[in-house]
Design a protein. Structure first.
Length: 200
């Protein structure tokens, strides 16, 4: 996962991005956007090389690589029904961890022990038919990937995570104290959704 952050008030030349993706055999549908943030979520043969090429092409933009995937839920591994959908849609969201290092570590510790200490969370994801969840981190910034069956809606599936699951409600409440919005979010807003950039 690579993020390109354009300088505020500057537009990213999407035709240049499309050409660069094509040269590197990356599907332009793999680009997601929120405001001036563009995230490429794809299988990339050489991430460091791609990072360099993006920096050379977009000299004014910040280029960040998310090497640190610190959490993974998999339907195949964590659900009683291990049947996965043939095709998936990916929903990408981003937020910041709060600035205090002690609280950041608490958040990471919660996720490291979630399957053992909070089994109800995985149960909620299974109920919602989530295919996988991945959490990446670069410094304070988090990117969450929720994969759902192609054609399904997160708005429809997500409420199923908390159905008859008070522990999931409790978990969400605890997690909210560790999260805050990235630059450009509204007051009180933490997670924001990146939409497909629609590069043609």
């Amino acid at each position: 996962m690579i993020e390109l952050v354009a300088k505020r008030g500057k537009n990213l030349d999407l035709s240049k991005l499309k050409a660069l993706l094509a040269e590197n055999r990356i599907d332009s549908n793999a680009v997601y956007q929120w405001q001036n943030h563009f995230v490429i979520f794809a299988k990339i043969a050489d991430v460091s090389l791609m990072k360099g090429r993006l920096k050379n092409t977009f000299t004014d933009a910040e280029v960040k690589v998310y090497y640190d995937m610190f959490y993974m839920f998999s339907k195949k591994k964590h659900c009683p029904d291990k049947t996965v959908a043939r095709e998936w849609d990916h929903i990408l969201l981003t937020a910041n961890l709060v600035a205090e290092k002690k609280l950041q570590q608490e958040y990471l510790d919660y996720h490291a022990t979630q399957f053992e200490k909070w089994p109800e969370i995985a149960k909620g994801f299974c109920n919602a038919d989530f295919q996988q969840l991945l959490l990446f981190r670069n410094g304070r910034q988090l990117v969450l990937v929720i994969s759902i069956p192609k054609g399904e809606s997160l708005d429809k599936l997500n409420p199923k995570t908390i159905e008859n699951n008070p522990k999931m409600v409790e978990w969400n409440k605890i997690m909210s104290k560790y999260q805050t919005g990235i630059e450009g979010t509204k007051p009180g807003e933490s997670w924001v959704m990146l939409e497909r950039a629609g590069i043609r």
